[in-house]
Design a protein around this ligand. Structure first.
Ligand code: T46
Length: 133
């Protein structure tokens, strides 16, 4: 996998005077079967998250509220995505290192994942990741 495989995906947005609605279907809007959903919230100002890559896991990140930045690298190139709309998501394939920062107050990062939680799927040491790629 390379950085070019990381991409922003525009999601359906049903606008309505009662409030907007966005939906996500596995294998339609995200290129995997959704096995797990989790979310990051109450992130204190200045906190950074991520700092790892996954051997097999694919993920899709959405700023369900507020904004934050995701910097991704494949060990060679680097790119930063700003997530600040709840109808856009960032697809991150396997073997991409990610760092997350600049969370706005009250932001919520919703994550769809292709597998259940498995700590052995993580590279948490950048040098180990670099050797693997
Ligand atoms: C990622 C970014 C976007 C679980 O027990 N189950 C889970 O499903 C997850 C995601 C985490 N955990 C435990 C593992 C750690 O003891 O929660 C603790 C915090 O996890 P971590 O430090 O990995 O959290 P983040 O926010 O740095 O990273 C998470 C995901 O782990 C990661 O895959 O891409 O969100």
């Amino acid at each position: 996998m390379s950085l070019a495989d990381c991409r922003l995906v525009k999601l359906p947005k049903i606008t309505d005077p009662r409030g907007n609605l966005t939906f996500i279907e596995g294998e339609v809007h995200v290129p995997f079967t959704i096995q797990r959903v989790y979310y990051l919230y109450d992130v204190p100002g200045g906190a950074e998250r991520g700092g790892h890559a996954h051997r097999d896991l694919e993920q899709f990140l959405i700023a369900a509220n507020g904004s934050f930045e995701v910097t991704v690298t494949d060990g060679a190139d680097k790119r930063t995505f700003s997530l600040n709309r709840s109808y856009y998501g960032l697809y991150i394939p396997r073997m991409i290192w990610r760092d997350m920062a600049n969370f706005s107050s009250g932001s919520v990062c919703l994550v769809l994942a292709s597998a259940r939680y498995d700590e052995s799927d993580y590279y948490r040491e950048y040098n180990e990741y670099l050797q693997a790629v």
